[in-house]
Design a protein around this ligand. Structure first.
Ligand SMILES: C[S@@+](CC[C@H](N)C(=O)[O-])C[C@H]1O[C@@H](n2cnc3c(N)ncnc32)[C@H](O)[C@@H]1O
Length: 362
């Protein structure tokens, strides 16, 4: 049995002693005899062990009466796929950093530690590409604002949805999972955070940041860094300071009031603009917006009932599962009963909505 399972006899004895895998019978001479069910249990134990679980946790898992052999195999398969994706993400991140280093771009040691640490986007980033992609009308605004810049730094670049193809782009992205999902042939990407950009003063013609500033630990410091390394700065962000901003979008107003809480302590739009010395312009969200950010489906409310749509937007993870489930349930009820349509009658006739999105250009 030990030979077949690739473990030592001592391991089998230990599993027996602690009650983890007990053979169903013993021979007259006292040898352990393993039945088919024992073998199955041992296989599960060893698979969880290889995934890094401790023996006590494994005991709880394999003794769970609600989990049969098929459920164990499904769970193990899911865990292995996750492990494979994480490994692939790290390999791709390392390749991308090697590429950046070959170009003479290095990441300071403290940033290397920070960027390889646990991050929101390392946890949720694999769900991002399902619905997050370039919205051409908004991209056109960003690219126009970049003016005649030839070299562009894209900070918090993610999968690179808004990187212009006709300029020399360098991307900065702290999440390994996001870096790994950049398409083949995308601009080189450096593992770093906005607050500490590993570039010389004035190294780029322009720096851009799209839908990322609200994730930075210190947004004003990050914006000042962008200003330091580039002569032009373009930032797509959100205004959570104008009066009545909480009531601008029906989803936050009627179903997810927790959204406003996420913005607590967030600098005013004026402060954000001042950090780069720029002015802010509104960006309307088209009714058929191609990039599935939080506000994108303002005229397509059913979309928010779709798990894929929600998993690609950090707001839903940040408010927590209780608030999320409550909001989705209420919305589903209101869509069924016609209450949503009644409350939001005016939206149907609109092609684009003002939902607080802003382009800061400096
Ligand atoms: C909503 S995604 C936007 C990605 C990309 N700009 C886009 O529009 O598709 C936010 C990104 O900001 C990144 N981010 C988080 N903290 C950051 C920081 N301190 N500096 C730079 N980027 C950061 C996240 O890892 C994530 O990829």
């Amino acid at each position: 049995m030990a030979e077949l399972a690739g473990v030592t006899v001592r391991t089998l004895h230990h599993y027996d002693e602690i009650g983890l895998v007990r053979p169903s019978a013993r021979s007259a001479a006292g040898y352990r005899a393993y039945a088919a069910a024992d073998v199955e249990r041992l296989r599960e134990v060893l698979a969880y062990r290889r995934l890094g679980f401790g023996l006590r946790e494994i005991a709880d898992l394999v003794d769970d009466p609600a989990t049969d052999a098929v459920a164990h195999l499904r769970r193990l398969r899911g865990l292995l796929l996750e492990q494979r994706d994480r490994a692939a993400a790290m390999v791709a991140a390392i390749d991308s950093e090697l590429e950046a280093r070959a170009m003479g771009i290095t990441t300071p040691p403290e940033e290397q530690l920070k960027v390889f640490g646990a991050q929101l986007y390392d946890a949720i980033g694999s769900a991002y590409p399902a619905t997050r992609r370039t919205e051409p009308r908004i991209a056109a605004r960003v690219w126009e604002a970049l003016g005649d810049a030839r070299t562009v730094l894209n900070v918090g670049a993610g999968t690179g949805s808004y990187e212009p193809q006709d300029r020399e782009v360098t991307a900065v992205e702290p999440s390994a999972v996001m870096r790994a999902q950049r398409p083949a042939g995308a601009a080189p990407c450096v593992a770093a955070a906005a607050e500490n950009l590993p570039f010389e003063d004035g190294a780029f013609d322009a720096a851009m940041a799209f839908s990322t500033v609200h994730h930075w630990q210190d947004p004003l410091a990050g914006l000042r860094e962008m200003r330091r390394v580039a002569r032009r700065v373009v930032v797509f962000t959100y205004d959570a300071s104008e009066p009545g901003w909480r009531d601008r979008f029906w989803l936050a107003r009627d179903y997810l009031p927790e959204f406003a809480g996420l913005m607590a302590g967030w600098p005013s739009l004026a402060d954000l603009a001042e950090a780069v010395g720029g002015r802010a312009e509104p960006v309307l969200v088209p009714w058929d917006c191609a990039d599935g950010f939080f506000e994108a489906y303002w005229r397509r409310p059913e979309a928010y009932l779709d798990e894929h749509v929600r998993r690609a937007v950090s707001v839903w993870t940040r408010v927590g599962p209780q608030a999320e489930q409550r909001a989705v349930r209420l919305l589903a009820d209101d869509l069924d009963s016609g209450r949503w349509a009644e409350r939001n009658r005016d939206l149907v006739a609109m092609d684009a909505a003002e939902l607080g999105l802003r382009l800061i250009v400096a």
